[in-house]
Design a protein around this ligand. Structure first.
Ligand code: AMP
Ligand code: ZN
Ligand code: FE
Ligand code: FE
Length: 283
């Protein structure tokens, strides 16, 4: 079971139905679609998965922040019509579109002019506009070879082309997911090499005081030693541990292939039971 996948509805390169077919072909038995800040791919994904006999879990990956640092929160089984959560996702998506002119001005200053139309070509199906779409436009203009180089030289949080945008305070994001009957799992908490913005102490606080339900322990960006520490925390705090590839199609390198990291079936069952107990969306 691979519980963190992106489609063209955000910054993946497979449309939801094609993504489900690829997941089936990769031998997966259960998947979650977790596009950034939108539920828009879920209906298509669910229908395609059902036709393929693939178990489907509705998800979303929320853009959140702690002390100005970007972190991601996975929400599983959320009721999509919850007004508070839907309203917040709207605000975050607005922030993504609102950032674009500023980002393009910055890139022009850096000698890489692009128009909004240049970017739109790569975001045709996207409800959530992201830096990866800008990266694709940079590739098309010949400024960089691929998304990786675009982030590595220009777009990553500590590079000259970085322009901030609105994200939900993490504690609020957890509240919103739970308020929508969903289960809140912190995505790849230690994905930034050598920089742990989230301390073990803070992870304990999130679980004990703010209702965090789980941690994505197995993720391609986590080193074995980091996974071991996170697994220890999950045991201590009785959280759900997930493992997932964070697949983005051809938008990320081979390490993020479908099934590159997997969730333990017992943990998956606990996750689904928890959603059911809260009155969230299962199947
Ligand atoms: P944004 O959503 O606009 O903040 O852009 C961040 C997203 O870009 C992340 O959630 C990843 O999905 C993606 N990303 C980050 N680093 C890279 C990279 N080196 N190559 C491709 N995609 C990346
Ligand atoms: Zn992404
Ligand atoms: Fe993420
Ligand atoms: Fe992701």
């Amino acid at each position: 079971m691979d519980l963190h996948l992106h489609s063209t509805v955000s910054d993946g390169t497979d449309a939801p139905a094609a993504l489900m077919a690829a997941a089936k072909a990769a031998g997966l038995d259960a998947v979650a679609l977790t596009d950034h800040d939108t539920f828009d791919g879920l209906e298509q994904g669910r229908a395609a998965a059902s036709a393929l006999g693939l178990e489907f879990l509705a998800g979303v990956e929320m853009s959140a922040e702690v002390g100005g640092h970007s972190v991601h929160l996975l929400g599983y089984g959320c009721r999509v019509d919850d007004p508070a959560l839907a309203g917040e996702l709207d605000a975050v998506r607005d922030g993504r579109f609102g950032r674009l002119p500023r980002l393009l001005r910055r890139l022009a200053e850096l000698g890489m002019p692009l128009t909004e139309a240049d970017v739109a070509v790569f975001a045709e199906d996207a409800s959530s506009l992201g830096r990866p779409h800008v990266a694709d436009a940079m590739v098309a203009k010949g400024y960089v070879r691929d998304r990786d180089e675009a982030f590595g030289r220009w777009l990553a949080d500590d590079k000259p082309g970085y322009v901030p945008r609105y994200a939900t305070p993490l504690v609020r994001a957890i509240e919103l997911v739970r308020g929508a009957s969903g289960v809140a799992v912190l995505a790849h908490p230690w994905s930034k090499r050598g920089r742990h913005d989230l301390s073990e102490r803070y992870l304990r606080e999130l679980a004990r005081e703010h209702g965090l339900d789980g941690i994505e322990v197995d993720h391609p960006d986590h080193l074995p030693a980091e996974r071991a520490i996170l697994r220890g925390l999950v045991d201590e705090l009785r959280l759900v541990a997930t493992g997932s590839s964070d697949y983005h199609g051809t938008g990320k390198k081979a390490g993020y292939a479908l099934g590159a990291c997997l969730t333990d079936p017992d943990m998956y069952r606990r996750l689904v039971e928890l959603i059911g107990a809260r009155g969230g969306v299962v199947g």
